[in-house]
Design a protein around this ligand. Structure first.
Ligand SMILES: [Zn+2]
Length: 135
């Protein structure tokens, strides 16, 4: 699989934000192997909710790698941030940079980076970042 998910991690390192990272590349590869082997249909994995597609178009940032399913270049990354101290912003979608900054400054917050293809509706969790301490 040519795609990697290095971009957000590199950004976090650059900012020296105190974030723990979980990479979902292996889970994604397993799913893509399942598609290639006929275990899952394209319809089963390209099932992004219309709201997710809309968010990807308006808030998503280019992933700089092609969609693993349709090879389109419109693969985008979004950040969903959850945390008790976020109050009204809990569970909202953000641009990557903002989502990571928000996570780094809220104790116990988590940022889930999702990749979404606006061409075929492929979507998968890319990485999760967790605040280690409050900023
Ligand atoms: Zn696609």
């Amino acid at each position: 699989m040519p795609g990697t998910v290095e971009l957000p991690r590199r950004r976090v390192r650059t900012e020296r934000a105190p974030l723990g990272v979980v990479d979902y590349t292996l889970a994604k590869r397993a799913l893509l192997r399942g598609v290639a082997g006929g275990l899952f249909s394209r319809f089963e994995v390209c099932d992004a909710h219309p709201e997710l597609i809309r968010a990807a178009k308006h808030v998503g940032e280019p992933a700089h790698r092609p969609c693993p399913i349709c090879k389109d270049d419109d693969l985008r990354l979004l950040a969903y941030v959850y945390g008790d101290t976020l109050k009204r912003d809990n569970g909202r979608v953000w641009k990557l940079e903002t989502g990571l900054r928000l996570t780094a400054t809220h104790r116990g917050a988590s940022c889930y980076v999702v990749e979404v293809c606006t061409a075929c509706s492929w979507n998968h969790l890319s990485e999760a970042f967790t605040a280690r301490s409050a900023g």
